[in-house]
Design a protein around this ligand. Structure first.
Ligand code: NIG
Ligand code: FE
Length: 428
């Protein structure tokens, strides 16, 4: 079999060309580098990209050996880089979802021992293989919807043993999945029952110490997680607690992410700037001062439209983040509680309809900027010569249709490292 593949006659080829850069802020988020009647020649990396006629003329030798895929009437995009998910868990929270629809707040369910703790109970009863099976299904389904790189957080074990189990399950999936998977330790996701003694906020401090002194060193020794995250919000962890955990993690060489300003603003996104997190995520309640601090510290603003939609939170002020020049990324936040969707096409649709992204900005945010949030934009997130050949074919004539014609899966072929890892039964 030839190592080369040529995607040609692409009606709408969206390169998200960053011209060697790692992000594009402000008005330049609009520059998605669309080529009509384009072609992409690839082996495991992108070899050439441009107008079909030009590529066919300049690369005739390679094309003579290539597998040719005709993409007439179709759209090609870089694979989505979904840089914030919780795809490793067990059980269902559909009953809590129904209760929330009936008006019960997310924070109240959590305070009553449900929410994250509901999932924790299911995780503690599961084996690594059980957890890997759930994770694999979600990761694979994400691939069928155009996601070629995924970040996965632990955080539903909340004990040393169960957190290591979740990380092992995510690692197991990463060894068999064609997607590149980045694993994050989120031990400080909620306070487990063992530390819920006395009155609220219980023995939160005891758990914070446990995370710092026992969990982080064990997670480091296990070697699967490369980043650490903390849920810093009212009813979860305070800013000083989160900062201590994150500083300890940083000292051990972990990259940092923060769940910030989701339910309320307790200063978590400004703290993300202080600890120089790669990203601050959620940001439904972020203030103008926080935005300036994040921008100055180079923290990516990771917006999660599906979560605000599902939890009926105020939508983050995406226009403000973009106009203030932050690197704005979009991710699914796929998890069993606040957003049970692994479909990034849906995330784009909500981002445009509810957060006032343009379609072009949303595409930049879900590809190049997702990659930058993981600091892998030198290799991923755009279709540029020398980058990994992670590209997706959609059966729509223009990229605008991905958002316009929403709620259905338009992806028909997913390539990762130049390999066609998924093909729809019918591509026409
Ligand atoms: O990103 N905010 C914290 N963590 C998840 C939700 C976790 C859950 O409800 O299971 C989130 O929304
Ligand atoms: Fe999350």
């Amino acid at each position: 079999m030839s190592a080369y593949t040529l995607l040609t006659n692409i009606s709408s080829l969206v390169t998200v060309d960053a011209h060697g850069g790692e992000y594009r802020t402000g008005p330049t988020m609009m520059d998605i580098g669309e080529i009509h009647n384009g072609a992409v020649l690839m082996d495991s990396q992108i070899v050439a990209v441009g107008p079909a006629k030009q590529i066919e003329r300049e690369y005739a030798d390679q094309i003579a050996q290539a597998r040719i895929v005709d993409c007439t009437g179709q759209t090609v995009l870089p694979g989505f880089v979904d840089a914030h998910t919780h795809m490793v868990f067990a059980g269902s929270r559909s009953h809590e979802f129904a209760a929330r629809l009936a008006g019960k707040p997310y924070a109240q369910i959590a305070a009553e021992g449900g929410g994250i703790l509901t999932t924790m109970r299911a995780v503690r009863e599961s084996s690594v293989d059980d957890l890997a099976a759930v994770c694999r299904r979600l990761v694979t389904n994400a691939m069928r919807h155009g996601t070629t790189t995924v970040e996965i957080k632990s955080g539903y074990g909340l004990s040393l043993e169960s957190e290591l189990k979740l990380l092992e399950a995510a690692h197991l999936v990463s060894t068999t999945s064609p997607q590149e998977i980045h694993i994050t330790f989120l031990g400080a996701h909620d306070v487990p029952p063992e530390y819920r003694t006395g009155v609220a906020p219980f023995n939160q401090e005891g758990y914070v110490q446990h995370v710092i002194e026992e969990m982080l060193p064990a997670v480091k020794a296990q070697g699967f997680a490369t980043a650490c995250d903390v849920f810093a919000d009212v009813g979860f962890f305070s800013v000083p607690q989160a900062e201590r955990i994150l500083e300890a993690a940083k000292a051990m060489g972990f990259a940092l992410h923060v769940h910030a300003d989701e339910i309320s603003n307790i200063g978590a996104s400004s703290m993300a700037a202080r600890v120089q997190a790669l990203s601050a995520d959620h940001l439904e309640h972020t203030s103008p001062d926080d935005i300036a601090r994040m921008r100055d510290a180079g923290v990516v603003a990771m917006l999660l439209p599906g979560t605000a939609y599902t939890l009926r939170l105020p939508f983050p002020d995406a226009r403000k983040f973009i106009s203030e020049g932050l690197v704005v990324a979009l991710a699914s936040d796929c998890n069993p509680g606040s957003n049970y969707s692994e479909n990034m096409q849906t995330a784009l649709s909500i981002a445009c309809a509810a957060l006032h992204f343009s379609i072009e900005e949303a595409i930049t945010a879900a590809t190049l900027h997702g990659a930058h949030a993981l600091r892998i934009a030198k290799r991923k997130g755009s279709i540029e010569v020398g980058k990994d050949a992670d590209v997706v074919v959609y059966d729509v004539p223009s990229y605008t249709d991905l958002v316009y014609h929403y709620g259905v899966n338009h992806a028909v072929r997913t390539f990762i490292g130049g390999e066609e890892v998924w093909t729809a039964c019918s591509t026409r």
